[in-house]
Design a protein around this ligand. Structure first.
Ligand SMILES: [Mg+2]
Length: 439
């Protein structure tokens, strides 16, 4: 550019003309850079990604079978055995009888009376889940732990060196060999297609969908296979005579939007094999915490207990709202002399109010030994992973799960403060005295 300007300068042009030329050249350079950036951007977008979804087969049942070989090959139900219990997981042998997860245990046993019921041990499942995650992380650059038994892996670029398909097959064999747990995987250009591919590969299988063949792969499958299609959307689409993904592919996106709103557009995109969502390493979601400083230091056990329950309530709601589960609970107590003590406990992945309240209260019992006035209490949930409510189905009755879901619905609509458990309400005469300052 300066060479051009020197040439122009020789011709002794005016200062204004000189400035104008600089602007034109700068503008040309910026436009060139911009178009180059746009080109690169679109090249990146068009670059074929290689995304793996892997899912441990009937995970809880498989872990139980490692402990007790008598459970192999027979119908197994994991969950609370009481009359009001719910099925948390079931073996393929039980599924043949129409049993599925989240079904009342009583109904499941009526459908499959010979099934063996195992109460379940969530801490043990969490340990096995961590072992699987470790094996995957040792080998894979970008891993998202989607739930206790599911991972997404971005292995783009690996094909240049090893070939993604072969690499993933080897990883799968390593997991099976080192843990004894059956696992299935799907490999494609995005998360949605890979997840659906895993579903078709189960049990203990693998499936690759080549780039460009996504629509053809999805077309003959039921619309139920699309991760976003819940009971409500399924019924609505069925009533319109749509049962196969192929029919959705032929529909106009606007029609889907008319019928199902914003959700309709997303379902249409997924039906067409389109999904540009990224694999997000789960380490990024580190922790959630809450601290409360009492306006007046307190030793009143009732106030402390209510405060802890209320804090767990808020944090557990935040977990569920963000579809996260915690595996580590930390309690902090600061005494009036500013001495601060913390204690933590590893727990099976959960976001249940009941389970977390139990843990926090037991930590408090262990930690609060000095009988001194307390100035501040804090709770932290860490070791977070993505996952919806799927834990503690062993202990929770269907009524408890329904109640929690109904309460969350109201909180989401009107705000978390709108609804409070009776036990968290301040006692007459105690609310003002120990008013809290949330930090
Ligand atoms: Mg699974």
């Amino acid at each position: 550019m300066w060479l051009i300007l020197s040439v122009i300068k020789i011709k002794s042009i005016s200062r204004i003309e000189y400035l104008l030329i600089i602007l034109v050249i700068l503008n040309t350079t910026t436009t060139e850079n911009k178009s180059r950036a746009e080109r690169l951007d679109s090249e990146l977008k068009n670059m074929e990604r290689s995304i793996v979804h892997c899912d441990l087969d009937t995970f809880f049942v498989s872990v139980e079978r490692l402990q007790n070989s008598k459970l192999i090959g027979v119908p197994v139900l994991i969950g609370g055995s009481s009359d009001r219990g719910v099925v948390a997981s079931c073996s393929y042998e039980a599924r043949k009888f129409g049993v599925h997860a989240a079904m009342p245990m009583r109904l499941a046993l009526r459908m499959c009376p010979e099934a063996i019921v195992v109460r379940g041990d969530h801490d043990m499942y969490s340990q096995y889940s961590s072992i699987v995650t470790q094996i995957i992380e040792e080998e894979t650059p970008i891993v998202e732990k989607a739930s206790i038994d599911e991972h997404y892996l971005d292995v783009s670029g690996m094909d240049r060196f090893f070939g993604c398909w072969k690499w993933t097959q080897e990883l799968r064999q390593r997991i099976i060999k080192q843990t004894g747990l059956p696992i299935s995987f799907g490999l494609s250009v995005n998360k949605t297609v890979s997840k659906i591919a895993t579903g078709t590969a189960k049990p203990c299988g693998e499936k690759q969908v080549q780039g460009g063949s996504e629509k053809g792969f999805l077309a003959p499958l039921s619309i139920r296979k699309i991760p976003m299609v819940g009971e409500k959307s399924f019924t609505l689409l069925r009533n319109m005579g749509i049962s196969k993904i192929g029919t959705l592919q032929q529909m106009e996106v606007f029609t889907m939007q008319k019928v199902l709103g914003e959700n309709g557009i997303n379902i249409w995109r997924k039906a067409n094999g389109l999904d540009d969502s990224l694999v997000i390493p789960f380490r990024e979601q580190k922790s959630m915490s809450k601290e409360n400083t009492f306006q007046q230091d307190t030793i009143d056990m009732d106030v402390l207990r209510r405060t802890l329950i209320s804090m767990v309530d808020t944090l557990a709601f935040d977990l569920r709202k963000d579809q996260k589960l915690t595996s580590c609970v930390t309690l902090k107590i600061r005494y009036s002399n500013f001495d601060t003590h913390t204690q933590q406990l590893q727990v099976g992945y959960t976001n249940s109010d009941r389970k977390l309240t139990e843990v926090v209260l037991s930590l408090f019992k262990k930690l609060y030994s000095r009988r001194m006035l307390i100035r501040l209490i804090g709770i932290k949930f860490s070791g977070l992973i993505y996952g919806s409510y799927q834990t503690d189905l062993f202990d929770d009755s269907a009524e408890e799960v329904n109640l929690m879901q109904a309460m969350d619905k109201i909180r989401k609509r009107y705000g978390a403060e709108f609804l409070m458990k009776g036990i968290c309400a301040p006692l007459p005469g105690k609310g003002g005295e120990h008013a809290l300052k949330s930090t």
